[in-house]
Ligand binder design. Structure first.
Ligand code: RUB
Length: 311
């Protein structure tokens, strides 16, 4: 495997690259670069190499369907091309894959802009917004609201043990947004004054349940108790097709040393990275096609991903 792909896998595993969308984008960029640098001699061997690289990238983080969906799509595209008569040489195939992946990334970018606009409109004037972890999709909604000249403030939570809340706070402060960071245990306290919660999404299931950073369902439950709207900013690529048949996303459990490097003997440590929040606690998903109830996400996502259930 090429050194650049190994480096991307390392950065995804260590969280140097974090957040579902950044992970997915980096994986596609690494795949495209590996194709450009490939020394494969035939279209068939290039296609095989691409499939192996995509597989290795997809395994770098288990709970990331956006990455999986985009990589699988790239493999299907290369597969179809390699069989087509229009492809006469490896260099033809390389060019076509590169152009296709550039187009896919461009579409993701365009969708992200639309999503941010929908999310920005949703934030009420003078609101207190709560968020958790670092989600580039959620922060893009807040930055869009700021550009719409809305006045609001944000409380984000530290997100131990990897402190992604600091990334959120830094990004929002840079955008001129009034932002406060709180310890994770402050969720209930701040919910009492909140108007809206916006978090990201790693994965959305066929039932409309949300898989996101551990702590998300605590926020969702106390939002419900306090009658506060709870939204997840999630492009349709976050949909996890394997949940059609009831398979659950594997929840990533990270190294216990992130929590406590040298714990005393007899202390057990758990470090789940994500958790599920039931659809019934979610007011809506903010997507590139509008703000939709959790029940509609499945139909819209399968349409976008070209998944045909009855064939
Ligand atoms: C990040 C996280 C984010 C989602 C969505 O967890 O849970 O809410 O990935 O991010 P981690 P985005 O830091 O462990 O990757 O909106 O950027 O896709």
């Amino acid at each position: 495997m090429q050194a650049s792909v190994r480096a991307t896998i390392r950065d995804i595993k260590s969280l140097k690259i974090q957040g579902a969308r950044n992970v997915a984008k980096s994986a596609i960029e690494a795949l495209a670069q590996s194709i450009r640098q490939s020394k494969a001699k035939t279209p068939a061997s290039l296609k095989k190499e691409l499939a192996a690289t995509a597989d290795a990238l997809a395994q770098s983080r288990p709970t990331e369907p956006m990455m999986r969906n985009l990589l699988e799509e790239a493999v299907r595209f290369a597969d179809a091309l390699a069989k087509s008569k229009d492809v006469k040489s490896v260099s033809d195939l390389k060019k076509m894959i590169a152009a296709h992946e550039a187009e896919v990334l461009g579409n993701v970018q365009e969708g992200a802009k639309r999503l941010a606009e929908y999310g920005g409109k949703l934030i009420p004037d003078d609101a207190l917004v709560l968020t958790h972890c670092h989600s580039s999709t959620s922060t893009s909604c807040m930055i869009a609201a700021k550009k719409m000249r809305k006045k609001f403030s944000v409380v984000c939570f530290e997100t131990r043990p990897r402190w992604q809340g600091r990334k959120t706070a830094t990004e929002l402060a840079k955008a001129g947004i009034d932002v406060t960071i709180s310890v994770d245990g402050g969720m209930n306290l701040f919910m009492k004054k909140a108007d809206i919660v916006i978090v990201g999404a790693d994965s959305v299931t066929s039932r409309g349940d949300l898989i996101n950073k551990i702590g998300t369902s605590t926020l969702a439950h106390i939002a419900r108790m306090n009658d506060v709207s709870f939204y997840s900013a999630a492009e349709l690529y976050k949909y996890s097709p394997m949940t059609i048949f009831g398979t659950r996303e594997k929840i990533e459990e990270r190294d216990p040393r992130e929590v406590w490097e040298k714990p005393p003997k007899g202390v057990k440590i758990r470090n789940p990275a994500f958790e599920a929040t039931a659809a019934k606690y979610i007011s809506g998903y903010i997507t590139e096609s509008g703000v939709v109830p959790p029940q509609s996400f499945f139909a819209m996502a399968t349409g976008k991903l070209g998944i045909k259930l009855y064939e």
